[in-house]
Design a protein around this ligand. Structure first.
Ligand SMILES: C[S@@+](CC[C@H](N)C(=O)[O-])C[C@H]1O[C@@H](n2cnc3c(N)ncnc32)[C@H](O)[C@@H]1O
Length: 205
């Protein structure tokens, strides 16, 4: 999802491998590895030195210290609530970016709902399998009509393409929901889960 010649900030870089790879593979022109915690940042710095790549490391809470030349932001491997607070804490700054790529660990539908409620545009999506399946959403600030509920739940592009990974991902989710469903004691929980089970069944049939 990183366009050629992009200038990328990896927010919450931890190990720093994303920036290292993007520079090594010449996928980005410049990368900033950023993290709120000194420990991960030191680790990233060591790894960057070991790989002899030119990546600047910056201690920053979210986008706070994000340099002005950045056009593409990646926020990956965190819960959606953390990602949401990072975006909302520097909302005006966000609007300068060409592309924001998100990989929330959970609640990806809430992430798409946030994009939809703000009238922003989902521009790319991907399901990536590496032991488990990760859902990745890229958006920009172009105006878009609110997305329909199925697009919010499954992702407009993922739903359209429905590749093998999509089926595997939702079969796994269906299994989990079917396990949880009998144990629901509150009516609102069982209704919510039942609705999801029905929606997934209809979508992958
Ligand atoms: C689980 S790691 C994810 C690492 C990497 N992005 C990945 O996907 O593999 C989460 C990282 O986000 C950092 N982080 C959490 N909140 C942050 C914030 N507000 N600003 C910057 N980094 C943050 C943590 O310190 C941690 O290093």
């Amino acid at each position: 999802m990183i366009d050629e010649q992009s200038i990328v900030a990896d927010i919450g870089c931890d190990h720093g491998y994303l920036c290292i790879d993007l520079i090594k593979e010449k996928r980005a022109k410049k990368c900033y590895a950023m993290d709120v915690a000194q420990g991960p940042l030191n680790q990233a710095r060591n790894t960057i030195q070991r790989y002899k790549v030119n990546v600047e490391t910056i201690l920053s809470d979210g986008l706070n210290k994000c340099p002005d030349d950045v056009d593409t932001v990646v926020i990956a491997g965190m819960g959606w609530m953390t990602i949401q607070s990072i975006l909302e804490n520097d909302f005006d700054k966000c609007k300068n970016y060409k592309k924001i790529i998100l990989q929330p660990n959970r609640d990806v539908d809430d992430c798409r709902r946030w994009i939809s409620n703000h009238g922003f545009t989902i521009i790319e999506e991907s399901l990536v399998e590496d032991k488990k399946i990760y859902e990745i959403v890229a958006f920009n600030f172009m105006k878009h009509e609110p997305y329909e509920e199925k697009d919010i739940y499954f992702g407009p592009f993922l739903r359209k393409n429905k590749n093998k990974c999509f089926h595997k991902y939702y079969m796994q989710r269906l299994d989990k929901l079917n396990q949880v469903f009998p144990g629901c004691t509150k009516q609102e929980d069982s209704e919510r889960i039942f609705k999801q089970i029905e929606m997934i069944r209809t979508e992958i049939e």
